[in-house]
Design a binder for this molecule. Structure first.
Ligand code: FE2
Ligand code: FE2
Length: 268
């Protein structure tokens, strides 16, 4: 079976790219299950209820989030209407929404695979949530007993923390993949005990901005050190992510492949 995971969908350009390209990617790579990170889908800042519905009307099975999860305040009220949307597990309790879920994927031979998807936030240069290493440990038995595959979106800034978490989960998780930096890394591999790993899968959104934001605005803030309202960049768009090829008998990952596509600007 094949799993497709897309990096942080950024603003309208990211949503549009998903709408236009996802069906084609699913056919081309014979994808059985799709996960996207949606923390920047609404203007770069969180996810509105409307955009959550819009994403879930596409062939997307699960949406993971990150540090921007509550930026659209309405989402505190509405996240629980969407069992397919997962926010970082290590927010202090009580907290709306869920940090992991177990989802069913029907394969072409009608076999059902149970896929656990976990979202965790790192702590280095990030909001000080609970320790992600300590937070996942108590649920590992439950995940192992109730799912065939375990996929972990580790939403973090520091490469060291991401790599360390990858090793921490090696042999337990099917895959640990990083999100949040919006820049794809070229270190995808299978770790010694069989877990697929990549430090960051990248972003699905504007190519020519600064991690999604209009580059002129960012340059101005860098030069003046004065705040300015961020706007989503325009122009060409990138689609970043990974694909996981899974051995259906062993429930083990065979291959992790990076996806990096660009869509040129439509010049009028
Ligand atoms: Fe992001
Ligand atoms: Fe983030």
């Amino acid at each position: 079976m094949n799993i497709l995971i897309l990096g942080d969908i950024y603003g309208r350009p990211g949503r549009k790219a998903v709408k236009e390209k996802l069906p084609q990617l699913i056919t081309q790579y014979q994808i059985d299950f799709t996960i996207v990170n949606g923390e920047n889908a609404s203007g770069g800042n969180g996810l509105t209820t409307k955009n959550a519905k819009e994403l879930l009307n596409q062939p997307i099975d699960v949406v993971t989030m990150g540090n921007h999860v509550w930026q659209q305040k309405e989402f505190l009220e509405t996240i629980e209407d969407f069992p397919q949307i997962i926010r970082p597990l290590n927010y202090p309790e009580p907290c709306p929404g869920k940090g992991y879920g177990i989802f069913e994927c029907r394969l072409k031979n009608d076999e059902i695979k149970k896929i656990a998807v976990v979202n965790l936030s790192g702590q280095i240069f990030m909001p000080a949530l609970d320790n992600p290493f300590n937070r996942i440990s108590p649920i590992m038995d439950e995940l192992k007993n109730s799912a065939d595959l375990v996929l972990i979106d580790f939403h973090a800034e520091a490469t060291s923390e991401k790599i360390a978490f990858g090793y921490f989960m090696d042999g337990f998780a099917t895959a640990v993949y990083g999100t949040h930096t919006h820049v794809q890394t070229a270190d995808e591999r299978i770790l010694p005990l069989g877990t697929a790993y990549i430090t960051d899968i990248g972003m699905t959104g504007p190519l020519d901005g600064v991690i999604g934001v209009d580059r002129e605005i960012i340059l101005e803030t860098m030069l003046t050190k004065r705040p300015k309202r961020f706007e989503t960049a325009t122009g060409a768009v990138q689609i970043n992510g990974i694909m996981l090829e899974i051995d259906e008998i062993e429930n083990k990952v065979i291959r992790i492949t990076r996806l990096y596509e660009t869509i040129e600007e439509n010049k009028k």
